[in-house]
Design a protein around this ligand. Structure first.
Ligand code: DC
Length: 231
C-alpha cells in the first residue's frame, strides 16, 4: 500500500485552497485541516471577550487567555467535511463573516497564537495522510511536506468569488468592502514578522485567475499520484 503523504497548500485568501483541499481529501481519503478556521476561531473568541475590534486590540490579554481556548474539528457526514468547534460550540458560520475576516489577520500576527496553533496542526498531521491549507504550512508547519502547492489569483477575481459566497449565504455585504479586505489581508499576511505568507522554495505555484476548478484539480491529482508512486 502507498504511504500516506502530507500535502501543504498555501496561498492568498480566496484562491480556492479549501475547495481543492476538500476534493483531494475526499479522493485520497485523507484528513483535511483548514488552518484559517483555527485563526478565525481564536479571533471569534477575542471578539466575544472584547479583546479585539476594528480599532483596538488587547493582544496581551488575548495571550494570557490562550489556555482558555479549545479548538476541535468534528466531521459532519452530511456536509462531507469537518466543522470548527470553539470550546465545544459549532462556530462554523460565525467565523466566516466579513467582521471576523477584518480581525483575523491582526490576531494572526501574534507569535503566541501562532505557536499554539502550529503545535496543534503538527500534532494533527504527524501520521501523514493529511491535506492542510493555510499561509505557513509548507514553510513552518510542515517544511518537509511531500507536496507543496502555492495558490494565487488576482485580487479582483478573489474578491468576486468571496462576494458571491457571502451573498449566496445571505450576508449583507458590498463588493468594495470585500475587495478592500482581500487586499488588506494580503498586505498584513505577507508582511507580518512571524511566519509571513511566502511561497516555499519547493512549492509549485498555481495562478488560478483563469483556471477552472476541474482543470486545476486534475493537474494537482497528477502531481499527487506522482508523489504516491515515488513514496
Ligand atoms: O484561509 P483564511 O482566509 O480562512 O485565513 C484567515 C486568516 O488567518 C488569514 O488572513 C491569515 C490567517 N492565517 C494564518 O496566518 N496562517 C494560516 N496557516 C492560516 C490562516
Amino acid at each position: 500500500m502507498n504511504k500516506k503523504i502530507t500535502i501543504a497548500i498555501d496561498g492568498f485568501s480566496s484562491t480556492g485552497k479549501s475547495t481543492i483541499a476538500k476534493l483531494l481529501a475526499k479522493k485520497y481519503n485523507y484528513i483535511y485541516v483548514d488552518t484559517g478556521a483555527m485563526y478565525r476561531a481564536v479571533s471569534l473568541f477575542a471578539k466575544q471577550h472584547n479583546l479585539v475590534g476594528i480599532d483596538f486590540f488587547h493582544s496581551e490579554k488575548l495571550i494570557s487567555n490562550l489556555q482558555e481556548i479549545s479548538l476541535s474539528f468534528r466531521f459532519n457526514k452530511e456536509l462531507g467535511f469537518s466543522e470548527m468547534f470553539l470550546n465545544g460550540q459549532n462556530v462554523e458560520k460565525e467565523i466566516r463573516t466579513l467582521e471576523i475576516s477584518q480581525l483575523v489577520s491582526k490576531v494572526a500576527t501574534i507569535s503566541e497564537v501562532r505557536r499554539k496553533l502550529v503545535k496543534e496542526q503538527q500534532e494533527m498531521g504527524k501520521h501523514g495522510g493529511i491535506v492542510m491549507d493555510g499561509r505557513d504550512i509548507g514553510t513552518v508547519v510542515f517544511p518537509n511536506a511531500d507536496l507543496k502547492l502555492f495558490m494565487s489569483a488576482s485580487a479582483d477575481k478573489r474578491a468576486t468569488r468571496r462576494y458571491k459566497e457571502l451573498i449566496d449565504r445571505g450576508d449583507d455585504v458590498n463588493f468594495k468592502d470585500i475587495l478592500f479586505n482581500v487586499q488588506e489581508r494580503d498586505r498584513i499576511d505577507s508582511t507580518r514578522k512571524d511566519s509571513p505568507l511566502v511561497k516555499a522554495d519547493d512549492a509549485i505555484e498555481f495562478d488560478n485567475s483563469d483556471m477552472g476548478i476541474t482543470e486545476q484539480f486534475d493537474r494537482i491529482c497528477t502531481l499527487v499520484n506522482r508523489k504516491l508512486i515515488e513514496n
